[in-house]
Design a binder for this molecule. Structure first.
Ligand SMILES: *Cc1c(COP(=O)(O)O)cnc(C)c1O
Length: 411
């Protein structure tokens, strides 16, 4: 059974009927969010009852918008590990640094959660096809989930999108188009195109259910930490679905009495070359302003004009959080460091959280005992690798090669 009450505007509060295919608020054009009857959820399920359920994000079914009996369009998303990073922690003089490794999702990023949920609902409510502007990973995920339910998909990405994400969209059978500029330019085209062709627009936070998929990261985190919240939650921020989604999870669990205490301090991490949230946070602004000439190799962070700037800033304020920007070099170095120290080859976007952690530690903002969760949003294999040493090429007889390897290992 579904516990979804309504879909409410996060700005003007206008309520919308969830039996309809919804995009943004019909009164003020702002972002919508699903609202549940949380008291009833708490009487129907318990934390203990969850334990017996199979892993994956649909184990939290009562906190999803799915109808009674609705079959999700799924590839097995969620259930990602919360990995301790002991060697990175030791290097920084910290005790509890944990990584939510979202790179282990289908499609290699947490985008799988959002697109599985959004496409499930939209298909049930009658969508005939999908169209999405993307910095890369969302487009790839939309393509494979559309394929999974046999519907067509069009993906519009910037020309310099990482090839693995473009390949994912193509191999999933989507119609893929590249354009000059950033995801903001792709978004303008999709806004004009979607009503013309009648396909459903999956743009970040311009429909209410990608957020519900991303929210499951927060539900899993709560359970994995034994129904507690960390002190800091460090999140690489583009469109902001993950940041807003994890905060929503914690708020719902608090309302159900499954979690108590203060929210973790949310730390939004962006790239120096595209940091609209960081700038708005420093200015004490209510919402973000578009960033001119966004440049960063962390494609998922190249979101110059996030639709949900206002909602992200609200999370930072409500959690006494912070926002900071890291350089391209710091991202590349952090990416190599994390793999070398703790064995996780993470995406550049995600590596930005490691760079941010170092910055926070240097500033003296972190106590050694602080419990810190880094959200590693994607796997390294979805992007071009950072500059690396060349492998040593070997020629000659097997004996010569063995001798050469021995000399190299000894040096
Ligand atoms: C999309 C993306 C982000 C940004 O996520 P938002 O929820 O849009 O802020 C971060 N990392 C990776 C790998 C991404 O694909």
């Amino acid at each position: 059974m579904s516990f979804l009450n309504c879909v409410e505007c996060t700005v003007c509060g206008q309520r919308h009927d969830p039996k309809r295919l919804l995009t943004v608020c019909e009164r003020c054009g702002q972002m919508l969010a699903a609202r549940y009857d949380l008291e009833r959820v708490a009487t129907r399920v318990s934390r203990d009852a969850l334990r017996g359920r199979p892993p994956g994000m649909y184990r939290f079914r009562e906190l999803t918008p799915l109808d009674d009996g609705e079959e999700p369009v799924t590839l097995g998303e969620g259930g990602t590990p919360l990995l301790p990073l002991p060697r990175l922690a030791a290097q920084l003089g910290l005790r509890h640094v944990l990584a939510k490794d979202e790179g282990q999702n289908p499609t290699g990023t947490f985008k799988a959660r959002g697109l599985s949920m959004a496409i499930t609902r939209a298909r049930t409510l009658g969508a005939r096809g999908f169209v999405i502007p993307s910095a890369g990973n969302a487009g790839g995920a939309a393509a494979v989930y559309a394929a999974r339910c046999g519907l067509p998909c069009a993906v519009i990405v910037p020309r310099d999108t990482p090839p693995a994400a473009v390949a994912e969209a193509l191999i999933g059978g989507a119609h893929v188009f590249t354009v000059e500029g950033s995801i903001a330019d792709a978004g303008k085209i999709v806004a004009k195109l979607a009503p013309q062709i009648g396909w459903f627009d999956l743009s970040t936070l311009k429909e209410p259910y990608r957020l519900e998929g991303k929210k499951t990261m927060g539900l899993e985190l709560a359970e994995q930490l034994g129904w507690a919240m960390p002190d800091f939650l460090v999140y690489p921020t583009g469109g902001g679905t993950g940041l807003v989604g994890i905060a929503k999870a914690y708020e719902e669990l608090r309302a159900m009495g499954w979690l108590d205490g203060a929210l973790p301090r949310f730390v939004s991490v962006q790239a120096e070359g595209c940091a609209p949230v960081v700038r708005a946070w420093r200015d004490g602004a209510e919402t973000t302003r578009a960033w001119e000439n966004p440049v960063t190799h962390a494609a998922g962070l190249r979101v110059p004009a996030p639709f949900a700037g206002r909602q992200m800033l609200r999370v930072l304020r409500d959690s006494r959080g912070d926002a900071l920007a890291v350089s391209e070099t710091a991202i590349r170095e952090a990416q190599r460091l994390l793999a070398r120290l703790d064995g996780v080859w993470t995406a550049p976007e995600a590596a930005a959280t490691v760079a941010a952690l170092m910055q926070l530690k240097e500033r003296g903002a972190l106590a050694a005992e602080a419990r810190i969760v880094l959200v590693l949003t994607g796997s390294g294999i979805k992007s071009d690798p950072p500059p690396l040493p060349r492998p040593v090429d070997l020629t000659g007889s097997d004996d010569e090669i063995v001798a050469r390897i021995q000399r190299t290992l000894a040096s």
